[in-house]
Design a protein around this ligand. Structure first.
Ligand code: PLP
Length: 396
């Protein structure tokens, strides 16, 4: 028999993955062009041309023994130094290779940090709505994830709710900016308020509370929105990044974590995180992808297509009478459901629209629409959204 914990996970499944499977089933029944699958955050913008050309160059020019061999479990020193230099240029910091560990995407980085920090029963807070995998990552190390509701309406972090959720067992707070699923970019003011609450709690409890900043959408922002660099606001911040979304490379599994020297126990955290990277079975981040990332630090995908989708979907849905949060980042639209979100998701499915219910992000009453899809699909889906709105009696 498998472990009780995994048995539970097989029962819970993943709502997003289930929706993805449902999309394939509906496409077989009705034709792919008649199914509007907004369930998965899989970037549909191609990687920059430089990414392709560098993969070919690195693979053909680098000594294969060196390219494909093991290296330090933290990653190639010269890659980590270049990542640090790039962060220093952008955020006025003073990092070196000793502050960076290359990871298997943001998911790998989060698991490494949580393994490093958590004892069984330790609590981790996350502002809801949040990326649903956080619960699994925290439970991997027998921690307890607690949702902290974001401020209603704005979906910015709520400092009072955070204050109320902190207990002597609180070890870390995960914050995701720009946010999946709301598309909201947390402002410097919000982050300052979070930092104030955490500083006060650390003093009161006499123990560090680490802020884990999960930032795979950092470069995906619109209308000039700025994403604050959290270590500049709160000393005990650890950052997790990946190129999954910014370079459209989710399958390649490459990212990094930053452990600033200012953090309490920084060297201990770094040393333990390197061991965690090894013993979780990652060993090291993929070697070719590390080299690639170092060559493409200043590259980004052209997000004009996401921006066009964002505007079309926001305008199209608000026009039908839906209440949507105006997204400033990532590639998700967060829509208030006129009824219960599970029922709404089912009724949307009857119109061949696939979305993810808010309860999957610890925030019922909403659905997430991933708009990293073709513009054509968005335009074709609008009449179906209109029919759905009419079914609920919405009108402007
Ligand atoms: N964190 C958030 C908020 C995400 O949305 C995702 C992926 O969708 C991840 C982490 C995992 O990213 P990666 O593919 O880099 O592991």
């Amino acid at each position: 028999m498998i472990s009780g914990k995994m048995l539970q996970m097989t029962k819970n499944g993943s709502a997003i993955r289930a929706m993805f499977e449902e999309g394939a089933r509906l496409a077989a029944l009705y034709g792919r062009e008649n199914v509007f699958d907004f369930s998965l955050g899989n970037p549909n913008i191609p990687s920059p041309e430089r990414v392709r050309s560098e993969i070919i160059r690195i693979a053909s020019e680098t000594d294969p023994m060196e390219l494909h061999g093991y290296m330090s479990n933290s990653g190639y020193p010269q890659v980590r130094a270049r990542v640090a230099a790039s962060l220093n240029r952008r955020f006025g910091t003073d990092y070196g290779e000793g502050n960076i560990i290359m990871t298997v995407g943001a998911a790998g980085g989060l698991n490494v940090l949580l393994k490093t920090l958590l004892d069984p029963g330790d609590e981790v807070l996350a502002f809801a709505p949040y990326f649903l995998e956080y619960g699994n990552y925290v439970s991997n190390f027998d921690g307890v994830l607690k949702a902290v509701p974001a401020a209603p309406g704005s979906f910015q972090p709520d400092q009072e709710a955070l204050r109320a959720a902190i207990t002597p067992r609180t070890k870390a707070v995960i914050i995701n900016n720009p946010n999946n699923p709301t598309g909201v970019v947390y402002t410097g003011e919000s982050i300052r308020a979070v930092a104030g609450v955490l500083e006060e709690a650390q003093r009161r409890l006499g123990a560090p509370i680490y802020l884990i900043s999960d930032e795979p959408y950092r470069e995906l922002v619109y209308d000039g929105a700025e994403v604050p660099w959290l270590p500049n606001y709160y000393r005990n911040t650890l950052v997790g990044y990946s190129w999954s979304k910014s370079l459209s490379l989710p399958g390649e599994r490459i990212g990094y974590v930053v452990i600033p020297s200012e953090c309490d126990d920084a060297q201990l955290i770094f040393d333990a995180a390197v061991i965690a990277n090894r013993i979780l079975g990652f060993v090291n981040a993929p070697s070719l992808q590390q080299r690639l990332a170092a060559e493409c630090l200043e590259e980004s995908t052209d997000i004009a297509a996401y921006d066009k989708n964002r505007r079309a979907l926001y305008e199209g849905l608000t026009d039908c009478g839906f209440e949507c949060v105006y997204p400033s980042g990532a590639f998700y639209l967060w829509v208030k459901t006129p009824g219960e979100d599970g029922e709404f998701t089912d009724r949307a499915k009857a119109h061949n629209i696939l979305v993810v219910p808010g309860r999957s992000f610890a925030c019922p009453g909403y659905v997430r629409i991933a708009y990293c899809v073709s513009h054509d699909m968005i335009m074709r889906s609008l009449p179906a959204f209109r029919s759905l709105a009419e079914e609920y009696g919405l009108k402007k």
